[in-house]
Design a protein around this ligand. Structure first.
Ligand code: NAX
Ligand code: ATP
Ligand code: MG
Length: 331
């Protein structure tokens, strides 16, 4: 699907006026401050920020075509995040008056592990409740993994819905998820979702609803497959965080920037990608996780296991839940 033809700048100006007056705007400020260390004042040494300042990953020289303009605007500096300090800063304090919840939209016939990993990670980093919205086939399996998860067997794939029932089933699914939406501090769209066209249409509606409700939304796994083919779902949404792995990033770059991934201009290309989509924050997963909001580039290169077993990305997307709670605390 092609991108909307309306001018992004025009839409951004309009949204900007609305955002400035809304609680979501304050959440966005916290999002940026949490993920990205602030630039030190010109006279301050690098140690004064949460994170160290790094030389550019590469020079923008040698880039060509449509990327050149974006590269000219790109942040030339990559910061190294002090991941532990960031986590300490945004982890929700224990408070008797408070409870927090998150939802994972994912899980189909093939994949039950991914939504489980994401949902259970949220519990481990501090969520009191974690919901999974998945297909009926996946629900019993996911429930049997853990009594802590609240599992809703409501998503449907094409094979289980007759053509003339699609509209009513789709609307029923949205109504069911919408009923719960206000309880969530954050939703994660995509781990183990699969790529069934009917299911993805229903999830598009859920994403639009979450956006209207200003719920911070992490997009991972097959959620990234969905948005890569329908960028309007996240375009201009400052509460959207995309967490692509190597392949998901490659597909995004090819679709949005119309070129291949370039390691020589990695930070500039990531910045250009954020700017072209508009508003979103992207965490590019890899040996170092590189995070960008279109202005600043930060990397977290704390050593992890070199083993690349499946599920590590799902754990990451579920853990980003704490960022959602940080955002809701400034409601
Ligand atoms: N236990 C589970 O249920 C799991 C389900 N998963 C889900 O599976 C679905 C498809 O995800 P995929 O990542 O397979 O889809 P992709 O389309 O991103 O990957 C396509 C192919 O690339 C390979 N690949 C991915 N990352 C790679 C890397 N860093 N280096 C080399 N090869 C790489 C994969 O093995 C796969 O064969 C998603 O919904 C995802 O969430 C995964 O999260 C893994 C665990
Ligand atoms: N080459 C690597 N070396 C070391 N750590 C890595 C490497 N690639 C990714 N990681 C770490 O693993 C985490 C998960 O990234 P990964 O690329 O495995 O996600 P994924 O493919 O989406 O995982 P999943 O199997 O859950 O879908 C990242 O946050 C990163 O810290
Ligand atoms: Mg993944």
């Amino acid at each position: 699907m092609s991108r909307p033809t309306g001018s992004w700048q025009h839409q951004a100006q309009h949204r900007g006026r609305m955002w400035a007056a809304s609680p979501a705007f304050r959440r966005q400020l916290v999002l940026l401050r949490s993920l990205l260390p602030q630039s030190p004042p010109p006279s301050s040494p690098p140690s004064s920020v949460v994170g160290r300042r790094f030389a550019p990953l590469s020079s923008p020289s040698g880039t060509s075509g449509s990327l050149r303009a974006a590269h000219a605007m790109a942040a030339a500096t990559v910061y190294e995040a002090d991941a532990e300090a960031v986590v300490r800063r945004i982890t929700p304090p224990l408070d008797r008056a408070r409870h927090n919840g998150q939802a994972v939209i994912g899980g189909c016939r093939e994949y039950t592990g991914a939504p489980y990993f994401a949902a259970t990670s949220a519990l481990k980093v501090g969520a009191d409740l974690s919901h999974v919205f998945c297909t009926k086939d996946a629900a019993t399996v996911i429930k049997s993994y853990s009594p802590e998860l609240i599992v809703h067997p409501i998503l449907e794939e094409s094979y289980s819905v007759k053509d003339d029932e699609r509209a009513s089933v789709s609307s029923k699914i949205l109504t069911e998820v919408a009923k719960w939406m206000e309880r969530f501090d954050c939703i994660v769209i995509g781990p183990g979702l699969g790529r069934d066209s009917f299911l993805l249409d229903c999830v598009s509606n859920i994403m639009k609803h979450a956006r209207q409700a200003n719920i911070p939304t992490v997009v991972d796994g097959d959620g990234l497959f969905l948005i890569t083919n329908n960028l309007g779902l996240v375009e201009g949404n400052p509460l959207a965080i995309l967490t692509p792995n190597v392949y998901e990033y490659k597909r995004l770059v090819q679709k949005v920037l119309n070129c291949d991934v370039s390691e020589e201009t990695a930070s500039e290309q990531l910045t250009a990608l954020c700017q072209k989509i508009g508003g979103v924050t992207i965490m590019r997963k890899g040996k170092a996780d590189v995070i960008c909001d279109g202005k600043t580039v930060t990397q977290a290169s704390t050593f992890g296991s070199p083993r690349r077993c499946g599920g590590q990305g799902d754990i990451l997307s579920g853990s980003i839940y704490i960022l959602g709670t940080a955002l809701h605390r400034v409601k």
